[in-house]
Design a protein around this ligand. Sequence first.
Ligand SMILES: Cc1cc2nc3c(=O)[nH]c(=O)nc-3n(C[C@H](O)[C@H](O)[C@H](O)COP(=O)(O)OP(=O)(O)OC[C@H]3O[C@@H](n4cnc5c(N)ncnc54)[C@H](O)[C@@H]3O)c2cc1C
Length: 421
Amino acid sequence: MEKSPKNYDVLIIGAGPAGANAAISYKNLNPNLTVALVDKAIFPRDKSCGDAIGPGVISALKRFNNEHILDGEPQVVSTTLYGPDNIGIQNYIPEVKNKEDSIVYVIPRVDLDNRILDLAKDCGVDVYEGYSFVDFTSNLDKSLNVQIKNENENLEFLTKILVGADGANSRIRKKLNYKSNSDWHKAIAIRAYIDSPNYLEIFNERTLMFEINVSADKGYAWAFPSKGNLLNIGIGVPVSIFKKDKLDINVLLDNFVSELESRGVIVENIRKQKSYLLPFASSRPKRNKDLNIALIGDASSMINPMSGEGIFYGMEAGYLLAKNTHEIIHSSKLSDGIHLYEKEFSKRFRKHYLSCALARLILQSPFMTKRLLRVASNDQDTIDFVVELLFDEAYLTLKEVFKIAYKFIIPTKLLVLSSKN
Ligand SMILES: Cc1cc2nc3c(=O)[nH]c(=O)nc-3n(C[C@H](O)[C@H](O)[C@H](O)COP(=O)(O)OP(=O)(O)OC[C@H]3O[C@@H](n4cnc5c(N)ncnc54)[C@H](O)[C@@H]3O)c2cc1C
């Protein structure tokens, strides 16, 4: 006799920050719902990432009183940006406008994701680790049958809503036949861990170091200090450039290590090199409204095209999805709720993503990078705005565009004078 499928109100594939936070949000908003999370990995699992989390992630955790998982982590206090010709600026992280805390942490994903998943387990979510998503079929009443498997068994679930939180290579997105991002709208990046006994000394403080257009043409590299001597370093380029110039990602990392050493940073014990894709939010998939399936996080191309940040947007998408659907899981209006989630997400972040995509275009030109850094080093408003694009939800208004364009074209001496007044 065939086993009948196990029933869940909400079935989420992918237990990274987006999927786990969706599960946490559903259970907090409506404890009666039955929620399951499925992941092909067994946690704790590593994920290629810069490991930086900012004000957005902190506020997402605070929403359900979960910020205690950050206790004891050292805070980053500033950012340091370098461009071509060694132009650099160091700036304290400004008060962000949309969040309570202007704080950044660097926590290895192997720990962070496990802590968030534990929060989901604690609120009663069933977690299936080591199981891969295989396929789904939609029924006449719009419920879905979903198959997953591991080495030993195949399991079948029946669910009201299927959530695809399965990352940049989302299998659910492929099954839905949604186009993947073109090479222009995604980057490839490599991360490594190193020990550096003198990084904090060299930069005088716990600073996030970004380097634009130096170790790789049109590329962006980072060095982010975590606990003790641990440093997360990495470098990324748009996939279009990567293919056109036939680049080797390991060589780019070597270039950046040499660059760090030339700044006096001691680099020891390079390990855990891992590369992966970043699907940018400059191109997002459109949903098939006939199916009660929602995509969140990297599966739905939510990464900031300027900074590469994706954890916050994925977690916020998980919350917004739960907020718009938790009361109508058993109603025929569920599809409208998924639509409302997508509308709310787009309304909130569209202008921000557009502004970041524009900034990315500007920063791909070495000339413009140098000019931006010159302007920013003489004008606190500009540097604060750049940092808010990185860590908050800032966007360019027409007034802002004119102000920045003006600062770009006036001679530096005049800029210094006007910012003193
Ligand atoms: C090199 C690099 C540096 C980055 N740096 C930063 C940074 O500093 N800060 C930041 O905020 N963002 C950064 N990002 C982006 C960030 O890593 C992602 O945006 C974030 O991980 C997205 O979370 P997610 O939950 O959507 O997906 P993921 O974290 O990728 O989680 C997806 C989960 O789905 C599971 N899965 C996949 N396929 C299946 C399947 N078929 N069946 C079952 N499970 C499956 C995976 O095992 C995984 O656990 C970086 C990305 C890269 C590549």
